[in-house]
Design a protein around this ligand. Structure first.
Ligand SMILES: Cc1cc2nc3c(=O)[nH]c(=O)nc-3n(C[C@H](O)[C@H](O)[C@H](O)COP(=O)(O)OP(=O)(O)OC[C@H]3O[C@@H](n4cnc5c(N)ncnc54)[C@H](O)[C@@H]3O)c2cc1C
Length: 482
């Protein structure tokens, strides 16, 4: 069976974030060029131009598609699920916006600055710092640049010594003095687990356990802080330069903005790819779960999660094996509350610095953006590190309520209503050393790979990887014309 795309006019086209319908590529022969005609404008001089197939509409696939579109290269974006965004999605539940796991958008992400319209995202800021729960009380850790007086007041609190707080300033100066490329490429001999880096930098066990472990452990879903120091330094730099924010309409506003700027008939939802046939000579064929086959004459960009890469390429494409380390997992529980039954009105992140319990961090999303809840309702978001597979949802909710009843007034927490629990097995790839955060996206002529496993496991890394995959494809195209 050969390529069988029906012309877009007859394809049940899926608007990415309206009403996704099942999509089926027709199996009778229709020329690829014809089928790809409308998604992008072809240059009139070469009517034989064919398209690129991008597999996966997470941030990486969307960034790749955006770059292809800017080059006027026709493409199709095939997404297995019912919407774009991949791991960056938001559900509307009883009037609440529930991001699929606790996610923060740091405005200083360099690639994001280039690709996204921040104003349209209507970003709402977190307090630059955190309230750390330790020894039965809350202590402030504040960014000295943005909240100077808070940081002065917190100098003598038990979340680290005065020296620790000065070292934070020094680390800030050090990372700001390096380019992103220097930080992320870093010679492997310089790369150590974050925990080791913090110890080498002179931080005390107190600040490591009470602040860095819950804060960066929550970002990397890695309480042991084994994630590479390259990633720590990159995030530390971005935090120093930008704000922690949430888009007013949920974290999914980020991928939706990217998708909105693509030709709407180029995105196909509910279109799961099962394998790729690649002979090393370009023009790979893509096989869909529904039995259809799609062919591209310019190339295929694989933009799926790391474990999916292996499944799609297994045995069919001679490529280097993808590194396999266990993934980082998280659980996020949401609760609704009456506004007078939450302890603060501030957009602040609470961290568990006590070394006990299962809660890592929590915050009240409606304090950051009131749009996260219906009128007169508050939304609490609680995050755990790991999957807690052996604990039922009910038991987990009970344990979280019990634990937070020790943090806040018991009568408050017990009045909250559980909304939903998200268990995210594959939250991020394991990025403990040795790492290569600048992997070559080219698997062969006509076959490229992107995704956060190619770069850094961040929104920014995913976006960068999508661009780089297209740049590799463009280089091959240019060479083939020589
Ligand atoms: C809970 C959570 C919190 C996070 N918090 C942050 C944060 O605060 N800041 C930050 O920078 N990063 C954060 N991250 C990491 C960030 O979300 C990811 O690094 C990034 O979104 C990965 O994008 P991606 O495009 O590489 O992969 P994905 O988003 O996983 O996209 C892959 C896409 O491929 C599709 N797909 C898979 N298989 C197939 C197939 N066979 N056929 C067709 N399509 C397929 C999937 O459905 C998916 O849409 C967080 C991640 C999680 C899960």
């Amino acid at each position: 069976m050969t390529l069988s795309l029906s012309p877009p006019s007859s394809v049940p086209f899926l608007s990415p974030h309206k009403h996704p319908l099942p999509f089926r590529l027709k199996t009778h022969a229709v020329a690829l060029q014809t089928s790809l005609d409308p998604p992008v404008s072809l240059t009139s001089s070469n009517s034989k131009k064919t398209g690129v197939i991008v597999i996966g509409a997470g941030l990486a696939g969307l960034a790749a598609a955006k770059r292809l579109h800017s080059e006027n290269i026709p493409f199709l974006l095939l997404e297995a699920s019912d919407d774009v965004g991949g791991r960056v999605r938001t559900d509307l539940v009883d009037g609440f916006l529930l991001d699929r796991g606790f996610q923060i958008f740091i405005t200083a992400y360099p690639e994001a600055q280039r690709l996204l319209n921040y104003e349209a995202l209507n970003l709402r800021k977190f307090y630059s710092g955190a309230l750390v729960y330790f020894d039965g009380k809350f202590y402030t850790v504040a960014d000295p640049i943005r909240h100077f007086s808070d940081s002065i007041k917190s100098l003598s609190n038990p979340i680290g010594s005065v020296l620790d707080k000065l070292l934070i300033g020094l680390t800030r100066i050090q990372v700001l003095g390096k380019s992103d490329e220097e930080i992320l490429s870093g010679r492997e001999s310089n790369e150590v687990p974050t925990l080791e880096f913090l110890k080498q930098s002179g931080f005390s066990d107190s600040i490591i356990d009470r602040f860095f472990r819950p804060f960066f452990g929550g970002i990397f879903f890695d309480k042991e802080l084994q994630t590479t120091s390259k990633l720590f330094n990159f995030i530390f730099k971005c935090l120093a330069l930008g704000d922690n924010t949430l888009p007013a309409t949920g974290i999914s506003a980020i991928p939706k903005q990217l998708a909105d700027n693509l030709p709407s008939d180029s995105i196909f939802l509910n279109s799961k790819v099962v394998s790729i046939n690649f002979n090393g000579l370009g023009s790979p064929e893509v096989f869909l779960e529904n039995g259809d086959t799609v062919k591209s004459e310019l190339g295929v960009i694989l933009a799926v999660e790391q474990p999916e890469v292996r499944k799609i390429l297994a045995g069919k494409v001679a490529v280097e094996p993808v590194e396999a380390k266990p993934a980082r997992s998280t659980v996020c529980l949401y609760f609704s509350a009456d506004p007078d039954k939450i302890p603060v009105k501030d957009p602040v992140l609470f961290l568990n610095g006590s070394g006990r319990g299962i809660v890592n961090n929590m915050f009240f999303a409606t304090n950051v953006a009131e749009t996260y809840g219906p009128p007169n309702k508050a939304l609490a978001s609680v995050s755990l590190i790991g999957l807690f597979e052996d604990v039922s949802d009910d038991d987990l909710t009970g344990r979280v309520v019990q634990e937070l009843s020790g943090w806040f007034k018991e009568s408050m927490v017990k009045s909250w209503k559980h909304l939903r629990t998200y268990r995210i097995r594959y939250a991020q790839p394991d990025q403990s050393p040795p790492t290569n955060l600048m992997k070559n996206p080219r698997l062969g002529p006509g076959l490229y790979m992107c995704g956060d496993h190619q770069t850094s496991a961040t929104f920014d890394g995913a976006l960068v990887s999508g661009r780089k995959a297209v740049e590799a494809l463009l280089r091959d195209m240019a060479l083939s014309k020589v």
